[in-house]
Design a protein around this ligand. Structure first.
Ligand code: FEO
Length: 399
């Protein structure tokens, strides 16, 4: 059985979805699975863009054979060496022994490291080098650290197609359609695209901006990423999101409240803060860090301008899940956020100080309001402190 799909003139999608995978990269939950895409351009020469993860290797090879329709494979362009796109490389070059493998220097090195593949079948290309395949001319744009050092995009000016490697991809298996406009953008596509971006390449904002700059001025009809649907009508919208995310600019002036609570008292404080903010007309969302996966918390922290952290003190330190979140924000280089703190401790509250120690070292992070301290359970005095904190956050958002 084959399922190669024609997505534009002479351009096929080949690939498949894995709905059994629990954690992408062993780290990120993918409750809706993930897709691995490869593409085949049928010009005077036949050109394959990447291979796929071993989970969908058989389906991919069947699709490739069907789409080729008896023709040989002339070129395999390796845009990204991470094994979710290269695990089927050896099977592909063994099946098509005359194929020329197009790589940059870094990919060539990784092909040798991963698969022991080297030799005359490799052709190394330089930045901005072009490959004429007949009617089409493909231009290679290097995009280092989006999300590995060897990554390159390929631009086909004839069809206006940007083959973007990991960039503009998303978590989630394909639900039949190969085009993002067939998915509810705000409800389904965007949240998972944001979680994918922020966690996978969120740290490399500078490098993403450099890659975006190389695509400025290109006429783009469609973006073909290695994960998730092809972007056509949504392409400009996603480029704009990437511009924001890579610049660490919030999408929305609003607040996210993250709390760590064991017996509910810190949660009550967080809920009071969120309720007071909402009553002041502030867009706010609330997350229990023990329940929501850190990858989603990170995505939300990228999305909004103001972050409130409410945490119990634990073993004289910070509650582990809150510690993980704050360290993850720092590790991903998030910057330019305003934060507020609530701490709790029954005999030696220290959470506020510990959170501030890390947050204050983050670029352009500014605390708003006074840290509110609960001693076991909130009383009227703490309610007033939290309402004052809500006032300070709301005023800062509205200014
Ligand atoms: Fe989808 Fe960086 O691999």
């Amino acid at each position: 059985m084959q399922n190669a799909v024609l997505i534009a003139e002479n351009l096929y999608w080949l690939g498949g979805s894995d709905r059994k995978l629990s954690f992408f990269e062993g780290l990120y939950p993918v409750p809706r699975g993930i897709s691995y895409n490869a593409y085949l351009l049928m010009d005077e020469k036949t050109v394959l863009f990447d291979t796929v993860d071993s989970a969908v290797g058989d389906a991919f090879l069947n699709n490739l054979e069907a789409a080729l329709g008896g023709r040989s494979l002339d070129y395999l362009i390796v845009q990204h060496m991470e094994p979710d796109h290269s695990a089927t490389f050896l099977r592909t070059v063994e099946k098509y022994p005359d194929v020329t493998v197009i790589v940059n220097k870094k990919s060539a090195q990784m092909l040798a490291q991963y698969y022991g593949f080297c030799g005359e079948r490799i052709r190394t290309v330089a930045e901005n080098e072009e490959l004429c395949t007949g009617k089409h001319t493909l231009k290679f744009l290097f995009a280092p650290m989006v999300h590995w050092p060897e990554v390159m995009f390929t631009y086909d000016g004839i069809s206006g197609t940007l083959f973007s490697a990991d960039a503009f991809g998303t978590f989630g298996a394909l639900e039949g359609s190969l085009f993002s406009e067939d998915y509810p953008f705000e409800q389904a596509y965007l949240p998972e695209a944001r979680r994918y971006y922020t966690n996978i390449v969120g740290k490399y904002g500078v490098q993403v901006q450099a890659a975006l700059k190389k695509t400025e001025g290109l006429s783009i009809e469609r973006i073909c990423p290695l994960h998730g649907p092809v972007l056509r009508k949504d392409a400009a919208k996603m480029v704009e999101k990437y511009r924001l995310w890579s610049g660490y600019q919030p999408e929305e002036k609003g607040a996210a409240v993250f709390y760590a609570s064991i017996y509910g008292h810190t949660q009550s404080a967080a809920e009071l803060l969120a309720s007071a903010l909402a009553q002041k007309g502030i867009s706010v969302c609330v997350y229990d860090v023990s329940v929501t996966d850190c990858s989603e918390l990170l995505a939300q922290a990228f999305r909004v301008s103001h972050l409130a952290f409410a945490s119990v003190t634990y073993n004289g330190g910070l509650f582990p899940k809150m510690e993980t979140l704050i360290n993850d924000l720092k590790a991903h280089g998030l910057r330019g956020r305003t934060y507020a703190l609530i701490e709790n401790g029954s005999w030696a509250p220290a959470a506020g100080k510990i959170m501030a120690e890390t947050l204050s070292t983050m670029k352009e992070f500014t605390q708003v309001g006074e840290t509110a301290t609960l001693l076991s359970a909130g009383k009227q005095e703490q309610e007033q402190a939290i309402l004052a904190l809500a006032e300070a956050i709301a005023n800062d958002i509205k200014k």
